[in-house]
Write a new protein. Structure first.
Length: 301
């Protein structure tokens, strides 16, 4: 990662999948005398990050449900990565957490904020998470002159389980219809986040974090057939039917609603975004859906 800052870098949610990988990437970057920098990992469970502490990372306790303590947890960090939380147990909790974190980061004196958002989170998005992201983005714009918003598209990683089931049935059915998606791997999201956090960039940017190309469901089905040797047909269904199918598969109602809201957004063309941001931030090209599924072919069944 070129152009690293020399100031302390702080990663929230550092014991989660994405946050942990970002810290690993920061640790593996250039560490010469002119580029040495302090890395701070924030987590509710510091004991889970003992291996990072042993490598020189300052592990701090931080809980987004305790905004009064976050300013102290953020103190000294020059650049902060706020990874959006997955607190969906009650309406409004997630946004409260995000707004508290943004306020605390500003009060702690951070010069630049990086935030993981969502593709096309504006008021016209049907995705149930979109209002939280949109309001958080607005709060960041009001609080910071220097920020980077990373609008992550759908994770390619999440395709595996659904595609395995679809191949068993010979049918991939959802409400995406002809809508395409700029699927991006979690690894590429981590690479982009680490690059944005460690950069010297001090302006403001809103970037779409995506794979190299958009992929339709029909193309996805054809690719799975090719890789698995099993026939797979794509069937477009309406959102109501898709929701019933998700409920029948055992998903709780709020999760079923969330999953299908992504499909509706895809159907509207809101996820058909492909950019060069991963390459620009990390110096490495993002993985394509074909590359990812080829690597994980065994998981398709």
């Amino acid at each position: 990662m070129a152009n690293q800052s020399n100031g302390p870098l702080l990663v929230t949610g550092a014991s989660g999948h994405l946050g942990r990988r970002v810290v690993e990437l920061l640790l593996s970057g250039p560490r010469g005398p002119s580029e040495a920098r302090k890395i701070i990992a924030l987590t509710r469970t510091p004991d889970k990050l003992a291996e990072f502490a042993a490598r020189g990372v300052e592990v701090r306790m931080g809980d987004f449900d305790r905004p009064d303590a976050l300013q102290a947890a953020f103190r000294g960090a020059e650049r902060i990565l706020i990874i959006s939380t997955d607190s969906l147990d009650r309406p409004g909790r997630r946004l409260e957490q995000h707004l508290g974190a943004v306020k605390a980061a500003k009060a702690a004196g951070a010069s630049h904020l990086v935030y993981t958002s969502l593709t096309h989170p504006g008021p016209d998005s049907p995705i149930t998470l979109a209002p939280d992201h949109w309001a958080t983005e607005q709060a960041i714009r009001e609080a910071f002159h220097s920020y980077t918003v990373l609008r992550n598209n759908l994770y390619t990683d999440h395709l595996l389980m659904g595609l395995s089931r679809a191949l068993s049935a010979g049918k991939l059915a959802n409400a995406f219809a002809k809508g395409a998606v700029g699927y991006v791997t979690r690894e590429d999201c981590a690479q982009a986040a680490a690059g944005a956090l460690a950069s010297r960039f001090d302006g403001n940017a809103v970037l779409d974090i995506t794979g190299p190309a958009v992929v339709s469901q029909a193309e996805l089905a054809a690719l799975c057939s090719e890789l698995s040797g099993k026939p797979l047909q794509y069937l477009a269904i309406d959102a109501q039917t898709a929701t019933k199918n998700a409920l029948a598969a055992g998903f709780p109602a709020p999760i079923a609603e969330l999953l299908i809201s992504f499909e509706v957004a895809g159907n509207l063309g809101q996820l058909a975004v492909a950019s060069s941001a991963v390459l620009e931030l990390s110096g490495r090209a993002p993985s394509s859906v074909r590359d990812f599924l080829t690597t994980n072919r065994a998981a398709l069944g």
